[in-house]
Design a protein around this ligand. Structure first.
Ligand code: C2E
Ligand code: CA
Ligand code: CA
Length: 739
């Protein structure tokens, strides 16, 4: 019995001896940490790790007071098993914070109330506390809470726990005291450094006075210029409420807005009137920045400059209203105006656009670590990269705090935004220069699209913000879309576009042919229909032609088809004309007719065996151009058909001024032929076409009934599954031979 007690004592003695040397080491680590960290937060964040690693403790955490609450801000546990424990401590701490009447004698609570070091050496035999059970159930035997003090205020506590009992003796207590003082000293120094950095940076950017108040707007610091301008001495100002300067010339709403802005943590900048000591009122341009510590506003830093002349005032006002002072970019106010203008025009022109919100991650930390001057310089570099990498008519703006807003106008397709923004992100994530340092920053970007996501400036901004939080959830350097399905679509389409480019290189676009017949079902011609032959799969144009058009690959793909048609025509024993579908881009390419004619000549094929099809919609914006082209090619015996007739603007009157050979009645009319109204429309189309000397083809004839009805209306030619489906060239050769 006695012996075992002695052994325990001896072990304890050794433990304590070991701990002593470890504390010295820890002290050294903490001191050297102060040189490496630039902010209080960063410093406190590292404390638990130093404690756990160097003191060989089970768990250490920093709990901080936050707006009446107490929160575990930073923690580290040596083993995984304790993570659960921390959750329970969190709940306990929350419950005591919510209930200030509870007065347990726990070291944590004591250390938060009165500066000191509170030790418990044998938790099991410690006084009453409902939390004790939980603690000891994790095998924790000793615990120590050290008040963290900064600027004479207890801001939190550093808690250390060990599974060894009776660890802390008097000697160790005094060593902890040294650690506590060291922490206080470092925190104060970090804070002073920051104030002086801010002051310096304000003075460098042309401001004159600097006044710092605490969170209740009581003045804690003024620079010389502030005393000079105001006429008050430093002693007269320190400790006073900032309303000593109040001119009482501002409206109630102004004052309300002023305080609301600051209390919500946003920067206030504007023109203020202050009363100085001699009673006169002066105009100042001021910029007031809330200063945060552990997410709580502790101070307000006000920098300002007197406005002497009236025109200076106007100029400042104008700048203030429309531009961001740091970056020179337009501010949110003018950005919204730009959005409004864009929306008005885009609604009319039916174009699409996108709003992007760009958020550098943890930018606050950069300000804290390197000072505002560096922070501002980086914001300016970001602004420059944004403007340099976008088109000149896109809008780049600086929104609230550290966010940037982009308006990307006139996108060809929604998914193009993904390409533009991905490229931009690549630029943004390259390192930034700050004096002799190189700083890397990560970003998140949120996107909303006009008109699909919203059609108002605020709507677009809101949705881009929602998209931004989505991007944040995914991690660093992520892009978020307001509509998630769009992201999937966009990625899929981008992949598709890349595939199409490859397909073009591999010449995977081939022509299928669909013959059309006369009323005796004799093949009189065929239409070339593009297919994508991908790994023995034949993909129809509905799945890709739209994207070929968006990427302008259509022109090259079309040339492949034309070449192939010219080759295949030579294989036909009894050649029939083959018509080729041309999209707007192909039609509008330069030298279309010259190229086509020389190509046909090169293959030694009669011009009249090639026909061109254009859809009615193409005429919409290009009527004169197309009308001229048709005339020009007709002189060389290359004739046009008007495709999908009836789906465009269906004005029959323009037909007279277009020299087309054939009109193709759209499949939708043919499908609906048992409707008497449709039937009479088709009847008059055919009648009118004939009266203009234009022939007609009915598309998509699938039934005998449709065939008979169309014949009775004197339709000239017929195309559809009833006769032939689209087929490859071998099948075409056979179909014509057996005809
Ligand atoms: P389109 O010019 O109107 O071609 C007729 C479409 O109707 C073809 O579809 C054809 O397969 C289909 N079709 C023919 N008969 C019937 C029928 O009886 N019933 C039904 N349900 N459908 C029938 P496809 O081949 O999928 O082509 C779709 C569209 O792609 C074409 O419509 C054309 O606008 C475009 N396209 C095809 N090839 C080219 C090309 O080389 N260049 C360009 N720019 N566009 C092309
Ligand atoms: Ca066609
Ligand atoms: Ca058609």
């Amino acid at each position: 019995m006695d012996l075992s007690r002695d052994v325990t004592k001896l072990v304890r003695y050794q433990d304590q001896l070991e701990l002593k040397s470890k504390i010295y080491n820890t002290l050294y680590q903490i001191s050297s940490l102060s040189f490496r960290t630039k902010s209080k937060e960063e410093f406190l964040q590292n404390l638990p790790k130093i404690i756990v690693d160097n003191l060989d403790m089970e768990i250490s955490y920093v709990a901080l007071k936050n707006d009446g609450n107490i929160e575990i801000a930073h923690h580290l546990a040596r083993d995984f098993q304790y993570s659960n424990y921390l959750d329970k401590v969190k709940i306990f701490i929350k419950s005591i914070a919510r209930n200030p009447l509870l007065n347990y004698h726990t070291p944590i609570l004591k250390s938060l109330k009165k500066k000191g070091i509170y030790l418990v050496n044998e938790i099991d035999s410690h006084g009453f506390c409902p939390f004790k059970k939980i603690v000891s159930s994790y095998g924790i035997k000793s615990c120590c809470a050290i008040s963290i003090v900064s600027k004479n205020e207890i801001i939190g506590t550093l808690v250390i726990t060990s599974s060894k009992p009776n660890l802390f003796n008097r000697e160790i207590y005094s060593l902890f005291r040294v650690i506590q003082n060291q922490i206080e000293f470092i925190l104060d120094k970090l804070q002073d450094d920051r104030f002086s950095q801010i002051t310096l940076s304000a003075l460098n950017s042309g401001f004159e006075f600097v006044i710092i108040t605490d969170s209740n707007f009581n003045i804690v610091y003024v620079n010389d210029k502030a005393t000079e301008i105001s006429g008050y001495s430093r002693q007269e100002l320190l400790g006073k409420h900032h309303s000593v300067f109040s001119s009482r010339t501002h409206s109630k709403e102004f004052v309300k807005n002023f305080y609301n802005t600051l209390r919500s943590g946003e920067v206030y900048s504007g023109i203020m009137q202050y009363k100085i000591k001699n009673g006169s009122i002066k105009n100042f341009y001021v910029n007031i920045t809330p200063f945060f510590e552990e997410k709580v506003i502790t101070h307000y830093i006000s920098v300002g400059k007197e406005i002497v002349k009236d025109d200076e005032l106007l100029e400042e006002l104008e700048k203030l209203l429309n531009y961001d002072a740091t970056t020179g970019l337009i501010n949110i106010y003018s950005f919204k105006k730009a959005l409004e203008q864009f929306i008005e025009r885009a609604t009319y022109e039916k174009t699409i656009g996108a709003v992007a919100i760009i958020n550098p991650i943890d930018f606050k930390k950069i300000n804290e670590a390197f000072g505002f001057e560096t922070g501002n310089s980086i914001l300016q570099q970001i602004a420059k990269r944004l403007t340099d990498n976008l088109r000149s008519y896109d809008k780049v703006s600086k929104l609230e705090s550290d966010r940037f807003g982009l308006l990307l106008k006139d996108l060809k397709a929604e998914e193009d935004i993904l390409i533009i923004i991905s490229k931009l992100l690549l630029e943004l994530t390259k390192p930034y220069k700050a004096k002799d340092k190189s700083i890397s920053i990560s970003f998140n970007i949120g996107l909303s699209l006009f008109p699909k996501d919203a059609t108002t400036p605020d709507g677009l901004l809101d949705k881009a913000h929602i998209a931004l939080s989505d991007a944040k959830e995914k991690g660093e350097n992520q892009i978020g879309f307001f509509r998630k399905e769009l992201e999937k679509d966009a990625t899929r389409v981008l992949q598709l576009k890349a595939d199409l480019e490859l397909a073009l290189l591999n010449k995977e676009f081939i022509a299928y042919y669909q013959p059309y017949v006369d009323r005796n079902q004799k093949i009189v011609g065929a239409e070339a229909l593009m297919r994508w032959k991908k790994d023995n799969r034949i993909i129809p144009p509905a799945e890709f032609i739209e994207y070929l058009e968006q990427t302008s690959l259509i022109i090259d793909a079309q040339e492949l088809i034309i070449d192939q048609v010219l080759e295949d025509l030579k294989l036909l024993k009894k050649p029939v004309p083959i018509s080729i579908n041309l999209s707007t881009q192909s039609l509008k390419q330069r030298h279309l007719s010259d190229n086509l004619i020389s190509n046909i000549n090169y293959h030694n094929i009669p011009n009249n065996l090639i026909k061109l099809e254009i859809i009615e919609r193409t005429l919409l914006n290009n009527f004169d151009y197309v009308a001229r082209l048709i005339k020009e090619l007709k002189e060389s015996n290359i004739l046009f058909s008007l495709d999908d007739f009836g789906t465009g603007f269906s004005s029959l009157s323009y037909l007279a001024s277009l020299d087309v050979e054939i009109l193709k009645i759209d499949i939708s009319f043919v499908r609906d032929l048992d409707n008497p109204k449709t039937k009479s429309i088709v009847d008059s189309i055919i009648y009118l076409a004939h009266s203009l000397g234009i022939k007609t083809i009915a598309e998509g004839v699938e039934t005998q009934y449709q065939f008979e009805a169309l014949k009775s209306m004197n339709c000239d030619y017929f195309q559809g599954y009833l006769f032939y489906k689209p087929m490859d060239k071998q099948e075409l050769i056979q179909a014509i031979e057996h005809n």
